[in-house]
Design a protein around this ligand. Structure first.
Ligand code: ATP
Length: 150
């Protein structure tokens, strides 16, 4: 089915804004509607996991930016948390991998969120990438092909 990625992101953010006292800002430069061919529940889970991580690992505001790049949509989830070293960036998408297990123990994660998110995105012919600097924060970006003509 065709899923409007703008609405899907806004719906997920609404859940977080209602449940936690966090400031999540959504930037969208383009249309009201950006369609992708997708399993809606699975994509919701991806966006949910990435925002959930941003909430768990940072205190400040979270920025979600939706933009169109060529024939793809990019959903960038940016936080201003501790960041992830280049070495760890190579491993965080592995199943059960968690950075600094002692530090994270209280967060009660399983280390599965990102590996599941990555396989869902790849099953949709997309990409999930991270860009991060220690002490500055992290940006996780989901790239998915847009439905062009319908
Ligand atoms: P869960 O499976 O419940 O999400 P988790 O958060 O430990 O548990 P992943 O989502 O797979 O598992 O993340 C793997 C690791 O990557 C985390 O343990 C954390 O160390 C690191 N990580 C993920 N997102 C961020 C982020 N936004 N900022 C800093 N570190 C992060």
């Amino acid at each position: 089915t065709e899923v409007n990625i703008v609405k899907l992101c806004l719906d997920v953010v609404t859940v977080f804004n209602g449940a936690y006292n966090r400031s999540i800002r959504v930037n969208r430069k383009e249309q009201e509607e950006i369609l992708v061919k997708a399993n809606k529940d699975q994509l919701k889970q991806v966006v949910y996991s990435l925002i959930d991580n941003a909430c768990k690992y940072s205190e400040a505001e979270i920025i979600v930016t939706i933009s169109v790049v060529d024939k793809n949509v990019a959903i960038a989830i940016q936080d201003f948390g501790p960041g992830i070293s280049k070495e760890e960036q190579a491993k965080i998408f592995d199943r059960f991998y968690r950075v600094d297990k002692a530090r994270n123990r209280d967060n009660g994660g399983t280390g599965l969120g990102l590996s599941i998110a990555k396989s869902i995105v790849e099953a949709h012919k997309g990409k999930l990438t991270v860009s991060s600097n220690i002490a500055e924060g992290s940006t996780f970006t989901v790239i998915l092909p847009i439905v062009i003509d319908h």
